[in-house]
Design a protein around this ligand. Structure first.
Ligand code: SF4
Length: 342
């Protein structure tokens, strides 16, 4: 946890305490501590990988496996402290007006907390989730226990547990996040629940409905859902701004995925073959619009793994025959290495 000490010391050093009015310094000291306690509580409630987060390690998508390292806490807290100190300096610390009222400080806290940068927003992803520049985690935690899971590693670092948890305070992220200026395809794509499987059997209906309500209310964003439990997907009416996907990392997942997607009405239906763990043959890809193919990245349990080129080539061939668009993830580095027969 980042302490306020640095800011506080800097503030003291800068001579912001008035020697003529020691009482003022004392009061501000108390008020600042109160602000910090309150702010800590507020920030602890906000999204773990929140607004100003910036990845300093590799970022991967659902189904991939390398851990994410975020500077999130420091950035968000430091920003908040800076704003408070600045506001207190500007509005309260004034030698001509040494009496500081609790109400003034309260109004500063309120003002700072209401600034968009401290409200729950989408997280920015990096190149490893090229197809979605943002992620949104109103639900975190997962019981699928995939050995290559990257989300579990992140949770071990930043979250109290990886138990499925609903974060209702994050539901406002779609309205708090500024829209991108870019008009490139996919610029407003949001990967929903990169830290969970929203359609796991253990997820209560109310959590899913609450998320879908927000999706429907925010047509300015395009929301991408990805699950390993596709059988729940046909139970919902999908908004026009929802792309629905299922992970097919191995042959065993094909049947259930095809069965479910034949009964889904969504603007984009996709299959994510990431990490591709073995050759996969689909019976019927006509229900899909898009195929993502990726390798397996390293995580705390497993090393990196690249599929054979022939497995990838076969998928590309199947996808092309059914008219699907194809997306290679950056963690797919396998390539043909053939020689002519001489
Ligand atoms: S389905 Fe769950 S356990 Fe598997 S990779 Fe995704 S978050 Fe991790």
């Amino acid at each position: 946890m980042v302490r306020c000490d640095d800011f506080y010391r800097k503030w003291q050093k800068a001579g912001n305490f008035c020697e003529k009015h020691p009482k003022t310094a004392e009061r501000i000291d108390i008020f600042l501590n109160e602000i910090i306690v309150e702010l800590e509580t507020e920030i602890a409630k906000s999204e773990i990988l929140s607004g100003d987060s910036r990845p300093i390690g590799p970022v991967l998508t659902e189904g991939a496996s390398r851990p994410l390292i975020f500077e999130h806490d420091q950035n968000v807290r430091q920003k908040a402290y800076k704003q408070i100190v600045k506001a207190v300096e500007e509005k309260v610390i004034d030698c001509k007006r040494p009496q500081v009222t609790g109400r003034e400080v309260e109004s500063i806290i309120k003002e700072v907390k209401e600034k968009p940068s401290l409200r729950s927003q989408f997280n920015k992803t990096n190149d490893n989730i090229e197809w979605a520049p943002y992620s949104w985690n109103p639900v975190t935690g997962c019981k699928n226990d995939c050995p290559y899971c990257y989300a579990r590693d992140i949770a071990a670092r930043f979250m109290p547990s990886f138990e499925p948890t609903f974060h209702p305070e994050r539901l406002t992220a779609p309205e708090n996040t500024p829209l991108p200026v870019s008009a490139k395809p996919g610029a407003n794509n949001v990967f929903v629940c990169s830290m969970a499987d929203l359609f796991g059997d253990w997820v209560p209906e109310e959590w899913i409905t609450a998320v879908l309500d927000q999706v429907e209310k925010h047509p300015e964003w395009n929301f991408l859902f990805l699950t390993k439990n596709p059988k729940r997907l046909p139970n919902y009416t999908w908004p026009k701004n929802a792309w629905i996907g299922a992970t097919v990392d191995s042959q065993a997942r094909v049947k259930a995925t095809e069965e479910a997607f034949g009964r889904i009405d969504a603007p984009v239906r996709f299959v994510s073959c990431e990490p591709l763990l073995e050759p996969v043959i689909f019976d019927d890809l006509s229900f899909f619009d898009w195929m993502i193919i990726g390798g397996r990245s390293r995580n705390s349990r497993m090393p990196e793994f690249q599929p054979e080129w022939e497995w990838v080539e076969s998928l590309v061939d199947q996808a092309r025959k059914s008219g699907l668009s194809i997306y290679f993830k950056p963690n797919l580095t396998v390539r043909p290495r053939e020689y002519p027969i001489s």
